[in-house]
Design a protein. Structure first.
Length: 217
């Protein structure tokens, strides 16, 4: 790998555990894990579909639409107050345990988030996790009004950091996101916490780790 001059992190599933919403789901279902899994699946699916349709809505709206579909699909009854509580859980997602130590280890070079999240959602998650002091940039797809893996999204990282993509390490736990970043020229690390197989998209991560504290420096 070439020398790394900065790090660009995906947020959801990489720094923040999207399935920490399971606790909020216990109020309406005995199987909150099933709700969380379908909710996340539809959330991503709707970002891809909206990008292809050219009908952008921000990630908060997409997340709510995915939640409402998931509740109907699973036959769960939830009033507006319960839906609001589930949505609010997305503003205070737990970060993975090793995240603070991992970011501290990489201090000295610029660190950024590049995420599908809306600015409000990202600001709330960063504040609630206490990560703000460790991050120099928090970048949202809202700036280009489309979603990953569109090349225009990944271009936000080099532009903000003032560093070419091939001198940055893009870090994601999402294999499709890894492929998207690699395709536009980033060096890429896949945080493969679950031992999943790589996507068959014709590109591979430069390095694979199971914890963010194992990232190359």
């Amino acid at each position: 790998m070439a020398p790394i001059r900065g790090y660009v992190f995906d947020a959801y599933g990489t720094l923040f555990d999207v399935h920490s919403v399971i606790e909020a789901g216990r109020a309406i279902t005995g199987d909150p894990a099933a709700l969380s899994t379908l909710w996340r699946q539809k959330q991503l699916e709707y970002t891809w579909l909206r990008s292809l349709m050219g009908r952008y809505e921000d990630f908060w709206a997409v997340t709510e639409a995915a939640l409402r579909f998931s509740l109907r699909r699973l036959g769960l009854r939830a009033g507006e107050a319960e839906i609001a509580r589930l949505m609010e859980a997305y503003l205070s997602l737990a970060c993975f345990p090793e995240v603070p130590a991992a970011l501290e280890r990489l201090a000295g070079r610029p660190l950024a988030i590049l995420s599908n999240g809306s600015p409000r959602m990202l600001q709330a998650a960063v504040a609630s996790s206490g990560l703000g002091a460790r991050l120099q940039h928090v970048l949202s797809v809202d700036a280009v009004k489309t979603y990953k893996p569109a090349p225009s999204v990944y271009a936000l990282g080099p532009r903000a950091l003032g560093v070419p993509a091939d001198a940055l390490l893009f870090v994601s736990s999402n294999a499709w996101d890894v492929a998207g970043a690699k395709a536009v020229g980033y060096q890429v690390a896949w945080c493969n916490r679950t031992g999943a197989p790589a996507e068959e998209l014709g590109v591979r991560a430069d390095v694979e780790v199971s914890r963010l504290t194992d990232l190359p420096v």
